[in-house]
Design a protein around this ligand. Structure first.
Ligand SMILES: NC(=O)C1=CN([C@@H]2O[C@H](COP(=O)(O)OP(=O)(O)OC[C@H]3O[C@@H](n4cnc5c(N)ncnc54)[C@H](OP(=O)(O)O)[C@@H]3O)[C@@H](O)[C@H]2O)C=CC1
Ligand SMILES: O=C(O)CCC(=O)C(=O)O
Length: 445
């Protein structure tokens, strides 16, 4: 692979300490650099450097009051990566691991994902190094409101529309939207993933997980297979994991595992839909919902281990970045998986992905498979702008069609002349990059 020397040295200078961001760049470069090298316009317009440099990285102070009346300070961020295809768009993560590297990688991946959706969506990502796991419910509420006070000068329904991500659900978005309404005195679709009562969309909560399963169905069909009777190991037990599990069970697949940061839940006979519904409702109040469920059902909770040592035909990492490294990839392959579909953002390291490809496992990157969430966010923006709301059934049908369309783009760019296995990673990178690069060229400089 030949890369412009100046881009390489630029990367070295600017991403030296940004491990996750550099990882995401390198992952995409393997597929997009040859395209740049073969295109005089892309070289002249310096599309690579312009694409990988975020428009801006905002960092701000979030001051909030804890339950003892003491003032606490956290770092808040919003990475506005690119508005070349539409308003900046992407989620908000509250987690102690949040920093500029993590958010720059997420915002960069979001650019590719949002380009694949075909909707008018630019890309961004934000959050704070706040840990809701160590906070009370009222502290979380006060933090959300303080976060919105600090963020609101930089967002708007036509400029930047944040949504949720790890530890930020419709509840937190409701607190933030309430604060925005109080201060701005204007009802704008400035957030997506809001509670339905506040102009949120039906089906946004389910969309990412369901979308992963719709995409998986397309993948299986392209490989002369179907979801019925597949066995699936899922990691995570949050929004994406639980809704993917529920949709997979509805399609008659067997979901054997879920996991959290303390271990994993195993039911060899298949976790039931009613167990998942319990996790989505009452389970939210349990200290460790997965072990509480194990106590009440046939399942067991295995402490301090990940679910990849269980036999399955499909592995679906839906928790967080880099949860699957080479060793976990070996476990996944040794336990029979033929397909790996990422529900989380970049849960597999590059070594893991290489291992899957060497062993002829079909690998689907999150930027394609988990696009359902942002697609429903795009639909929420359309509904807010039109002040007209659509039914759950209509939105689910539209999501299914949108996931099928992303699948077709990936196949178009990812099919191999010498193998039946589609390279979805190359397909997603190349299809998204062409849209972004052509838009950059059209803006001139
Ligand atoms: N929500 C959405 O619409 C979208 C989310 N995504 C991506 O999907 C992934 C999951 O997001 P989401 O489900 O919304 O988040 P949630 O906060 O709802 O759930 C996250 C889950 O992952 C687990 N988890 C987090 N960190 C770790 C870790 N280091 N080790 C093991 N388990 C961990 C959590 O366990 P615990 O509670 O113990 O921490 C929890 O079960 C993220 O990568 C996110 O960026 C992608 C597209 C859209
Ligand atoms: O709904 C959105 O705006 C973004 C969802 C998200 O953060 C993601 O796709 O990773």
């Amino acid at each position: 692979m030949s890369l412009h020397t100046d881009t390489l040295s630029w990367l070295g200078q600017h991403t030296q300490h940004e491990v996750e961001y550099r990882q995401a760049l390198e992952e995409s470069f393997q597929h997009i650099v040859p395209i740049v090298n073969a295109n005089e316009d892309y070289k002249k317009h310096n599309v690579l450097q312009r694409l990988i440099t975020p428009d801006r990285v905002l960092q701000f102070k979030v001051e909030w009051e804890d339950d003892t009346g003491t003032c606490r300070v956290n770092q808040g961020y919003r990475v506005q990566h690119s508005n070349i295809l539409g308003p900046y768009k992407g989620g908000t993560r509250f987690h102690p691991s949040v920093n500029t590297s993590v958010l720059k990688f997420l915002a960069y991946e979001q650019s590719f994902k949002n380009a694949l959706t075909g909707l008018a969506l630019g890309a961004g990502k934000g959050g704070a190094d706040f840990d809701p796991k160590t906070a009370s419910k009222s502290e979380i509420r006060r933090f959300c409101k303080a976060y919105m006070r600090a963020l609101q000068p930089y967002i708007g329904a036509n400029s930047d529309v944040p949504a949720g991500d790890i530890n930020v659900s419709d509840t937190e978005l409701g607190y933030m939207f309430g604060e925005y309404l109080k201060n701005q005195k204007s009802f704008d679709g400035v957030l997506s993933g809001k509670p339905i009562q506040l102009g949120g969309s039906e089906y946004r909560v389910q969309a990412t997980g369901s979308g992963v399963i719709f995409f998986t169905e397309e993948v299986l069909q392209s490989h002369s297979n179907a979801l019925e009777d597949q066995t699936i190991c899922i990691s995570g037990a949050g929004n994406v994991a639980l809704h993917a599990a529920l949709k997979a069970i509805e399609k008659k697949a067997k979901v054997k595992t879920l996991s959290n940061s303390r271990g994993f839940l195993l039911n060899e006979k298949g976790i039931s839909a009613s167990d998942i519904r319990w996790l989505l409702t009452e389970g939210q109040n349990a200290e460790n919902a997965l072990s509480a469920l194990a106590d009440e059902s046939e399942a067991e909770f295995i402490k301090d281990q990940s679910p990849w040592c269980i036999d399955s035909t499909i592995a679906m990492p839906c928790a967080t970045q880099n949860e699957v490294d080479e060793q976990e990839a070996k476990d996944i392959v040794n336990h029979g998986a033929l397909f790996v579909v990422e529900g989380a953002n970049m849960p597999c390291t590059q070594k893991a992905v290489q291992y899957f490809k060497q062993h002829k496992i079909t690998f689907v990157p999150g930027k394609a498979a988990n696009a359902g969430g942002v697609i429903l966010s795009g639909f929420e923006m359309q509904q807010n702008a039109a002040m007209r709301y659509q039914s759950e059934q209509t939105l689910e049908e539209e999501l299914k069609a949108a996931m099928k369309n992303i699948h077709e783009q990936c196949v178009q760019e990812g099919k191999n002349s010498d193998s039946d296995i589609i390279d979805y990673e190359r397909g997603a990178n190349v299809a998204a990059f062409r849209k972004l690069a052509n838009a950059i060229v059209a803006t001139a400089y």
